[in-house]
Design a protein around this ligand. Structure first.
Ligand SMILES: [Zn+2]
Ligand SMILES: [Zn+2]
Length: 310
């Protein structure tokens, strides 16, 4: 896009190069150069994929389903563990992440959305908004439930500590090979895997519910993102801990959270009421009702829903 073009939510200045985004590009270069230098390694790829999925759970179960949507409850200790795991993905602090994500839901694909592929283009929704200096600040008003915890505020300030500790640990344990595959390759893949939730899940897939945005359901994206590919379901009923609403909609994050609830690490998993989930089968117009983050259906026809889908 040329410097003179603007889109509904961005200006040319928003899209100009931000020096603070340089480390993002450096990690990409280190990933590619590191693999060339160290040589191809299937065990290295295995390490990268393992750390990808462990940390993707931090992104989906932590940043997204817990901190942004409070779709389940946990102890204060486990809350911090979720925060550490999420932050090890090098996507800033949980408070910054939740603040911007809540903003996205409020304005999704409308004027004001911070990363709308529909309004501002695929590149902007995927990575442009992160590289821009426009969204570096956090709107504390949106995250008062999180800013009251001093340990989360500490981690917000020192959000580079977890990924740095992980990188140093990998190097001490396995040398350059482990650092290249476990940190640089894995983190680069993890970034783009995560970013598909903001870009491709608003472009590619099917639409079950007539939400006010372009959100889609997509099995391939659900596998890459541990269940976040059921994004149309999610925009329809944000607070559900389960984003694959039906048994055939694979949702790895939900399965892990179910296992954690079985041993008491998390509890009060908020599920979509069955009538709300199935509304698209009986009455397409009720299935178009947007559901607020409180988890209370907005449409009167489904406001009394009580049977919870398992
Ligand atoms: Zn979305
Ligand atoms: Zn969300």
């Amino acid at each position: 896009m040329s410097a003179t073009q603007v889109t509904p939510n961005t200006t040319a200045a928003d899209r100009s190069f931000n020096p603070r985004s340089l480390p993002f590009f450096v990690i990409h270069v280190l990933a590619v150069a590191g693999v060339v230098w160290q040589g191809w390694s299937w065990s290295g790829l295995g390490l990268a994929v393992a750390l990808y999925y462990v940390r993707m759970f931090g992104v989906t179960g932590g940043y997204h389903r817990y901190f942004s949507h409070k779709s389940f409850k946990t102890s204060r200790f486990m809350q911090f563990v979720f925060a550490l795991l999420a932050t090890s993905s090098a996507q800033k602090g949980v408070i910054w992440w939740a603040s911007h994500h809540r903003h996205h839901h409020k304005h999704s694909d409308q004027l004001g959305d911070i990363h709308s592929a529909k309004l501002d283009g695929f590149w902007w929704s995927h990575v442009g908004w992160i590289l821009s200096d426009k969204y570096e600040e956090t709107d504390d008003a949106k995250v008062k439930d999180l800013t009251k915890f001093p340990e989360l505020m500490w981690l917000e300030k020192y959000y580079l500590v977890p990924p740095t500790v992980l990188g140093v640990g990998l190097f001490l344990a396995g040398g350059w090979w482990a650092l290249v595959w476990g940190m640089f390759v894995s983190t680069t893949l993890l970034w783009h895997g995560t970013f598909t939730i903001n870009s491709l899940t608003h472009v590619w897939g099917s639409t079950r519910y007539a939400t006010t945005d372009n959100s889609r359901n997509n099995l391939i994206l659900a596998l890459i993102t541990m269940g976040e590919g059921w994004h149309n379901n999610h925009h329809y009923y944000q607070r559900s801990v389960r984003q694959g609403f039906y048994w055939w909609e694979i949702d790895l994050t939900y399965y892990v959270l179910r296992a954690m609830s079985a041993v008491g690490l998390v509890w009060d998993l908020h599920r979509v009421p069955r009538e709300v989930r199935d509304a698209h089968m009986t009455s397409p117009q009720t299935a178009s009702a947007a559901v607020p983050d409180s988890g209370k259906p907005a449409a009167p026809a489904i406001a009394t829903a009580s049977v919870v889908a398992r």
